[in-house]
Design a protein around this ligand. Sequence first.
Ligand SMILES: NC(=O)c1ccc[n+]([C@@H]2O[C@H](COP(=O)([O-])OP(=O)(O)OC[C@H]3O[C@@H](n4cnc5c(N)ncnc54)[C@H](OP(=O)(O)O)[C@@H]3O)[C@@H](O)[C@H]2O)c1
Length: 220
Amino acid sequence: MLQKEGYHVAAVYHAGDESARMLHEQSGIRIFKWNVADFDACKRGVAAVESELGPVDILVNNAGITRDTPLHRMTSEQWTDVLATNLGSLFNMCRPVIEGMRARKFGRIVNIGSVNGQRGQYGQTNYAASKAGVIGFTKALALESARFGITVNCVAPGYCHTDMVAAVRDDVMASILATIPVGRLGEPEDVARIVAFLAQDSAGFITGATFSANGGQYMA
Ligand SMILES: NC(=O)c1ccc[n+]([C@@H]2O[C@H](COP(=O)([O-])OP(=O)(O)OC[C@H]3O[C@@H](n4cnc5c(N)ncnc54)[C@H](OP(=O)(O)O)[C@@H]3O)[C@@H](O)[C@H]2O)c1
């Protein structure tokens, strides 16, 4: 959607080589591979993007993983992996771009949260904590950045039709669907539309906000 709006887009992935290749073939979008949970990899990656495409004016922190299990069975690794990927990545990616945005007096940062960070979810102490953290990070960086023309916002999707949700068991999915008032899962476009809106130059008065896109499942 950002590409359709005319932006030069770079996309980052970690493991899905085949999906990345297909996205590049279909869209021409420049694809980069690194682990957003690794600060040094992010520093190197951002430098590579900037040398090819120019300064990063818009950053969308979208990478996220789940390692669901109740806390009494959760391993330290399941906790750490989710926190490092979903929340650590915000520091790792914002830190290398924020000084340039401040110097240029413009920036748009959109962090992808989750309805389950707003309301909690059984089996997701790790994920819910990481996504609640995304909202706090968003508000704090919004305060620090406002006078530099940089906005920082969060989009909190509900259950959407992606690979992440394809992993949910059919019976669990049926019970989730019954709790979504609009009666369907979200589509990636339902989220991308808000991101594209927030990325616009004209969206400069909107910062520190969390936008829910969850089909009415939870009204924060
Ligand atoms: N789908 C939903 O219902 C839903 C609901 C609420 C919030 N969200 C949030 O929306 C965002 C997108 O989720 P999705 O449903 O599109 O998930 P997805 O289909 O599993 O895609 C996740 C993406 O993040 C990338 N990624 C994961 N770990 C990474 C890492 N360490 N470094 C770099 N890239 C990494 C993945 O790349 P590889 O495939 O290459 O690993 C993949 O492109 C996530 O933040 C998720 O928490 C999703």
